[in-house]
Design a binder for this molecule. Structure first.
Ligand SMILES: [Fe+2]
Ligand SMILES: [Fe+2]
Length: 196
């Protein structure tokens, strides 16, 4: 099997080919940003973590009924390494796949995927509409408010954090930081807060 390491360019080409919707692309950039941030923090391969973040929802726009499965097929046809394919599919464990996250990369992807959505909504209710302005405690305060970002399944995030044996506060903090790195690309740079 070909084991050429997919590059960010490869991932972006695929993402743009399969995802025309702006919000889906921004979600991919957000997940990439967080995966890169966490990989750097842990001394892991940030390029690999980021590339997998970019393509994890590759099939969602065109094949929503075959989510995860179709991504596996597309990446296989492109000759992507099994490690990347498995990681991408595992983000949908218990939802659209039965591939359980096993590696740290997979567990983090599983955990932060939904969490990025919660951070987006928290940013959008700030006067600045900026992720640069979001604090972990604001996200934490909305945890039990089921009407807030109602589509975000908190139990998935909690399950992921438990698998990683890290606290919610830490993963929330890291997710915010990673998204701040790509604030411009995800359309959440907003305006500087008044007085700054
Ligand atoms: Fe997904
Ligand atoms: Fe996703």
């Amino acid at each position: 099997m070909e084991e050429r390491k997919p590059t960010r360019r490869d991932a972006l080409d695929l993402l743009h080919r399969y995802n025309e919707t702006d919000s889906l692309r921004k979600h991919a950039y957000a997940v990439e940003g967080v995966m890169r941030y966490i990989a750097r923090k842990r001394g892991e391969d940030a390029e690999k973590w980021g590339v997998i973040g970019l393509i994890h929802d590759l099939d969602y726009e065109k094949f929503p009924d075959q989510h995860c499965r179709k991504t596996g097929q597309i990446l296989s046809e492109q000759g992507w390494p099994e490690e990347y394919i498995r990681a991408a599919i595992s983000h949908g464990w218990g939802i659209c796949s039965d591939v359980k996250p096993e590696t740290d990369l997979e567990k983090f992807l599983y955990t932060i995927d939904e969490l990025t959505g919660l951070v987006v909504t928290t940013a959008l209710i700030r006067p600045s509409r900026s992720v640069l302005d979001v604090q972990a405690k604001s996200v934490r305060n909305k945890w039990k408010d089921k009407r807030f970002a109602a589509g975000v399944d908190r139990s998935v995030i909690e399950k992921g954090a438990a698998m990683l044996e890290i606290g919610l506060d830490e993963i929330i903090e890291d997710t915010i930081r990673g998204m701040q790195d790509v604030a411009e690309a995800i359309g959440l740079k907003g305006n500087p807060p008044p007085g700054n």
